[in-house]
Design a protein around this ligand. Structure first.
Ligand code: SF4
Ligand code: MG
Length: 321
C-alpha cells in the first residue's frame, strides 16, 4: 500500500484578536504539529473530543483554511504549496462531506442546482450533459430521480446527507473527508448513511478520512485510527490494535467510556480530572499532562514524539521512551 495522503508536522494556527490595548497577537494553536498517513482505499478515523482540532485538520487538508506550517502531500504533491489555480484543479481529487446537511446545503437551491455547481466549476458544459451526470449520481446515492427539481429544504435529514454525498462524489474524487457525517442525524438513519458510505467506498475505491467522536462507529468503519488531543496526535495505528491495546493514557480514557457487550471485559471507566487546557497557551511538555493519571516530571518539560511501538502502532507518550 502506498500513502495517498501524507501529513507531516501540520500546524494550523489562527490569529486571535485581543482588545485594542493589547497589541500583541496571540494564536489559537488548533492543530499543532500532527503527522499521519492515509493509504489508498482505507478509512482512517480521526477521533478526539470536540475542539481537539479534528475538523480543522480536515479543513486544512482541503485548504478550506490556510495551513500555517508543515506538509500535506497528496500523491506526493504538497498541497500547502499550490497556487490558487492549481488548487482549484486539485480540489477535484478531494471533497468534504459535512456534519450538518441543513447548514451546508442552500435550501433555496434544487438538487439539480446543487449538483450542477461543481460540474460547472470544472468545465462540464451543456445542461443536458450535466443532467445526465446528476441523474446517474442520484441513482448512486439512492435518491429518486423524480426529486431532481425539489429544493433542499423539502428533504429529510438523511436524504439531505445523500445530496451532500452526491455533491462530494460528482467530480469523481479519490479522497473523501467526512466530518461527523452522521452526528446530526437520527440514530435510525445513521446506519443507512454509514452503509451507503461503505458501499460507495467499495464501488469507487474511495479513501476516507472519517472524523468522528463516536468510537463505536469508528471501530466498525475504520481500518486505522488517529487519536488527537489538544491539536496533537496521541496515538495512531491499526484499529484492532488500538482498541485491544490502547497505549496512550488519553486513548485508554476514551475507550473506557464505550459500553462493552461482554461484561467480563468490563473495564472501569476512567474519569478525567480538570478541563482541556486552552489551545492558545498549551502546556510546554505533553498536552495531556494536566489531566494524565500517569504524568511524571518529564511530561511537564518535554513534548513526547510519536514513536513506533509495533507494526502500524504509534504513540506519543513518555511512558514508552
Ligand atoms: Fe501522561 Fe506523560 Fe504520557 Fe503525557 S507523556 S500521556 S502526561 S504519561
Ligand atoms: Mg468538529
Amino acid at each position: 500500500t502506498k500513502p495517498l495522503l501524507d501529513v507531516k508536522d501540520l500546524k494550523i494556527h489562527f490569529p486571535q484578536r485581543k482588545g485594542v490595548i493589547k497589541k500583541r497577537t496571540t494564536y489559537v494553536k488548533a492543530v499543532d504539529g500532527i503527522s499521519f498517513t492515509l493509504n489508498e482505499g482505507e478509512t482512517l478515523g480521526l477521533v478526539g473530543e470536540s475542539g481537539c482540532g479534528k475538523s480543522t485538520t480536515g479543513r486544512g487538508i482541503t485548504r478550506l483554511v490556510p495551513v500555517t506550517d508543515g506538509e500535506v502531500r497528496y500523491e506526493g504533491t504538497d498541497i500547502a504549496s499550490l497556487s490558487k489555480s492549481e488548487l482549484r484543479e486539485h480540489r477535484k481529487n478531494m471533497q468534504m462531506v459535512f456534519q450538518d446537511p441543513y447548514a451546508s446545503l442552500n435550501p433555496r437551491l434544487t438538487v439539480e442546482d446543487i449538483l450542477a455547481e461543481p460540474l460547472k466549476a470544472h468545465g462540464v458544459k451543456g445542461k443536458a450533459e450535466r443532467r445526465k451526470q446528476i441523474e446517474k449520481m442520484m441513482d448512486v446515492v439512492g435518491l429518486n430521480r423524480k426529486f431532481i427539481s425539489r429544493y433542499a429544504h423539502e428533504f429529510s435529514g438523511g436524504q439531505r446527507q445523500r445530496i451532500g454525498i452526491a455533491r462530494a462524489l460528482i467530480l469523481n474524487p479519490k479522497l473523501i473527508i467526512a466530518d461527523e457525517p452522521v452526528a446530526a442525524l437520527d440514530v435510525s438513519i445513521q446506519a443507512q448513511i454509514l452503509n451507503l458510505l461503505k458501499d460507495l467506498q467499495e464501488e469507487f475505491g474511495l479513501t476516507y478520512l472519517f472524523i468522528s467522536h463516536d468510537l463505536s462507529v469508528v471501530r466498525h468503519l475504520c481500518n486505522r485510527v488517529a487519536v488527537m488531543y489538544l491539536g496533537r496526535m496521541a496515538e495512531v495505528g491499526n484499529t484492532d490494535k488500538i482498541f485491544e491495546n490502547p497505549l496512550h493514557p488519553y486513548t485508554q480514557t476514551l475507550l473506557s467510556a464505550i459500553p462493552v457487550s461482554n461484561p467480563r471485559h468490563e473495564k472501569e471507566r476512567i474519569i478525567l480530572q480538570g478541563d482541556v487546557p486552552s489551545p492558545v497557551d498549551p502546556p510546554k511538555g505533553c498536552a495531556f499532562v494536566g489531566r494524565c493519571p500517569k504524568a511524571h516530571d518529564r511530561c511537564h518539560s518535554d513534548r513526547p514524539k510519536l514513536q513506533k511501538m509495533g507494526e502500524d502502532h504509534y504513540v506519543a507518550c513518555h511512558l514508552y521512551d
